[in-house]
Ligand binder design. Structure first.
Ligand code: ADP
Ligand code: MG
Length: 229
């Protein structure tokens, strides 16, 4: 594998058994993600986009196939090793923000550090630093319901950055936002790419997909189009 490759999936299958039927959520999928790439994943509902994201995020294991992450074969690593990679190398951003309503913005951002042995003051410093990166440091003591949708998503992005991930996975991150906030979130992602992050993002929105350098289209658990530029 080339040194600029960070993730490669080969002939990946993910089969669900529903009653007596088999659902092939991924059906022989091949994908190589290069370092610092921005990939948009598009395709109709049910085509396997979320299953792919869960696989890349070590939240779900394929039924078969080969996965190499950062030069290491991770096809059959243990649950614990997967959890460790998930926590240390991957950031997640979801359509519904998934912030805890009773915690302040800062405490939401610090959630992934719950089991970290860092000192409290260092954690808070790191939390404020990622809030600054997304332009939300002035709202650190607010709770999520005191923020707009766009602001909530910026906080969720800050949370995804707290462990300094290599790869950010975003599933419809702008799905709940108006046009103006959509643009802001995409500008923020662009600045993270400049800082060295790699990004894979599911979207239904053609305009949003245009921000990416590469668009892959899924259908029936396969990639049927892979377009750069
Ligand atoms: P997308 O995100 O593109 O809408 P998904 O990855 O969520 O698609 O789903 C792909 C296919 O796998 C769909 O047909 C879906 O119904 C099926 N599927 C996803 N998760 C499960 C599950 N936990 N059990 C059974 N079938 C599932
Ligand atoms: Mg989905």
């Amino acid at each position: 594998m080339s040194s600029s490759e960070i993730f490669s999936l080969k002939d990946i299958r993910r089969t669900y058994k529903v009653g007596s039927e088999l659902v092939h959520a991924m059906d022989g999928l091949d994908l190589t993600i290069e370092d610092r790439e921005f990939i948009a994943v598009i395709g109709t509902s049910g085509s396997g986009k979320s299953t792919l994201m869960h696989t890349l995020g070590f939240m779900d294991s394929p039924t078969s196939g080969r996965m190499v992450f950062e030069g290491r074969d991770v096809s059959s690593i243990s649950r614990g090793q997967r959890a460790l990679l998930r926590a240390s190398r991957i950031g997640f951003v979801f359509q519904a923000f998934n912030l805890l309503p009773r915690l302040t913005v800062l405490d939401n951002v610090l959630l992934p550090l719950t089991y970290s042995r860092k000192k409290v003051a260092d954690k808070r410093g790191a939390g404020m630093a990622v809030l600054e990166r997304v332009g939300m440091e002035h709202r650190s003591r607010h709770t999520p319901n005191q923020l707009s949708g766009g602001e909530r998503q910026r906080v969720a992005i800050a949370r995804s950055l707290i462990n300094e991930p290599r790869l950010i996975l975003a599933d419809e991150p702008t799905g709940n936002l108006d046009t103006k906030n959509r643009g802001r979130i995409m500008d923020l992602f662009s600045s993270l790419l400049d800082e060295g992050i790699t990004l894979a993002m599911v979207t239904h929105d053609n305009e949003v997909a245009q921000y990416a350098q590469r668009r892959i289209r899924m259908q029936d658990g396969k990639i049927i189009e892979d377009e750069r530029g």
